[in-house]
Design a protein around this ligand. Sequence first.
Ligand SMILES: *[C@@H]1O[C@H](CO)[C@@H](O)[C@H](O)[C@H]1NC(C)=O
Ligand SMILES: *[C@@H]1O[C@H](CO)[C@@H](O)[C@H](O)[C@H]1NC(C)=O
Ligand SMILES: *[C@@H]1O[C@H](CO)[C@@H](O)[C@H](O)[C@H]1NC(C)=O
Ligand SMILES: *[C@@H]1O[C@H](CO)[C@@H](O)[C@H](O)[C@H]1NC(C)=O
Ligand SMILES: *[C@@H]1O[C@H](CO)[C@@H](O)[C@H](O)[C@H]1NC(C)=O
Length: 522
Amino acid sequence: MQGKRPLMASVLLSLFLISLHLWLCFAQSSPPNFTRNDFPSDFVFGAGTSAYQVEGAAAEDGRSPCIWDTHTHAGKMPDNSTGDIASDQYHKYKEDVKLMSDTGLEAYKFSISWSRLIPNGRGEVNPKGVDYYNNLINELTEKGIQPHVMLYHQDLPQALEDEYHGWLSPRIVDDFTAYADVCFREFGDRVSHWTTIAEVNIMSIASYDIGVFPPQRCSYPFGVNNCTAGNSSTEPYIAIHNTLLAHASVFHLYKTKYKAFQHGWIGLNVYTYWYSPFSNSEADVKAAKRARDFTLGWIVDPLVFGDYPKIMKKIVRSRLPVFTKSQSEYLKGSFDFIGLNHYTSIFVVDNSVEALAMPIRDYSSDMLAKCTVSKNETPSGKFVPTSTPYHPDGLRKMLEYIKQKYKNPPIYIQENGCELVTEDTMNDTYRINYLNGYIGSTLEAIRNGVNVKGYFVWSFIDVFELLDGYRTRFGLYFVDFDDKELKRIPKLSAHWYANFLKGKNIIGLQGGHSVVLDLELK
Ligand SMILES: *[C@@H]1O[C@H](CO)[C@@H](O)[C@H](O)[C@H]1NC(C)=O
Ligand SMILES: *[C@@H]1O[C@H](CO)[C@@H](O)[C@H](O)[C@H]1NC(C)=O
Ligand SMILES: *[C@@H]1O[C@H](CO)[C@@H](O)[C@H](O)[C@H]1NC(C)=O
Ligand SMILES: *[C@@H]1O[C@H](CO)[C@@H](O)[C@H](O)[C@H]1NC(C)=O
Ligand SMILES: *[C@@H]1O[C@H](CO)[C@@H](O)[C@H](O)[C@H]1NC(C)=O
């Protein structure tokens, strides 16, 4: 895993075993001009983080290890880092919420650490864990910032991994539901947007096919690590099967026990690129469609139609678990919104001849396609070798695709953002142009009838990144990880976002416009 590519992009790209340079390509046309007021009034703009990546206090106040603690303590990160301290939001939440308020954030998306709330994964609740999330939520609501809560962001309690291999076992359904029950009971009076699981497709691929995320399972000849256990041909499918059933169980729990008086919404989060055929050949066009079905359809088809995409059943056959009729009914309609993480677009090349000739296949080769970042695109902007490739129109296309395919469900863009490792850490004009383009693309989708309800920048502050540790940064606020105080400093993008949220006319910087530095930050 060399290179500093966008977090989840890295995972899927390595999955396709393609190594390439990421070229930055600015669109030739001038960026859209718009203001906050061009969006519907009930639309929310926010930014996000996740528990393991931001909280720190890993062994404090009764928290027990999650699989990421085990992973990082085994020295698995490229920079040998851990989330032991991370951005220390556990101790600095008041300061961070103040920054959110100064920025004009309308919502903050964060996740709850399961092993902080229920250290053994099931059973006894840790009162200090309840206190922490109560304090954070109260601080947010007092400042008028909506809490949007992710129940699970890659951080399974190690106890459940040790006991029954977590998501590989159907036993996860009851434990996850019991954990969600505690969250709804304790926090549901103030939280109305709940997402069950972050990037379920990435979790499965990264943990059970290519083995880069804990518990690092894969099987020869698949995966980027020589895993000691796993089965890349079957486990990615088993994990998703259990994940979907766990999600549906939580949805039904909320609906029967809480919805009538808490009036909240439950969603599931999926990671997508926009997939374009590499060429106009029929084979590539079909391959792009397969890639959409294998990544997005794998997760969302069961929630809308009650079953996996036909093409997956045809290719994966007996390795794809089957939903019973009652499970299928249980899944159908089990969401109030789709949470989407989207960073960039990729091109898809048909690979069916080679893949079908393989003696065994894994999830990645089952797609019968290879993906590549760029197609002969000449960089027209400043070359930034380590940044998220800029294809804002891909977001609009993905949103319109979801509208058409899945009956126009409400969608929250829960992660969109830009990785940068440059000398211009603070003067992050590339990030500003990137966000400007993607927010503009979202507005276009809304004007075309897509039911998008919110947009969250990843990440509010710099955090521990799951692939690269502290080597890459996505934050609107710089965190000085070398400073004992972990000082937060607004990047130019924080000023830019603040201006936008205050209703100012926002223009990307490509035309030479500058950001007005009028954000007072103490
Ligand atoms: C945005 O505004 C700038 C300055 O007012 C203008 O030059 C540019 O053409 C506008 N771009 C679009 C896409 O309308
Ligand atoms: C990684 O960190 C651990 C402790 O955090 C330390 O014991 C070990 O020597 C480090 N390894 C490298 C290669 O720096
Ligand atoms: C995996 O094992 C092979 C053969 O034993 C070795 O050549 C390779 O370097 C190993 N890869 C990793 C990532 O450890
Ligand atoms: C993976 O599971 C399949 C189906 O049970 C089995 O045929 C195959 O041998 C397993 N592969 C490994 C590496 O265990
Ligand atoms: C940021 O960089 C751009 C070009 O790289 C430059 O024009 C601008 O003056 C810089 N802004 C600040 C605040 O340093």
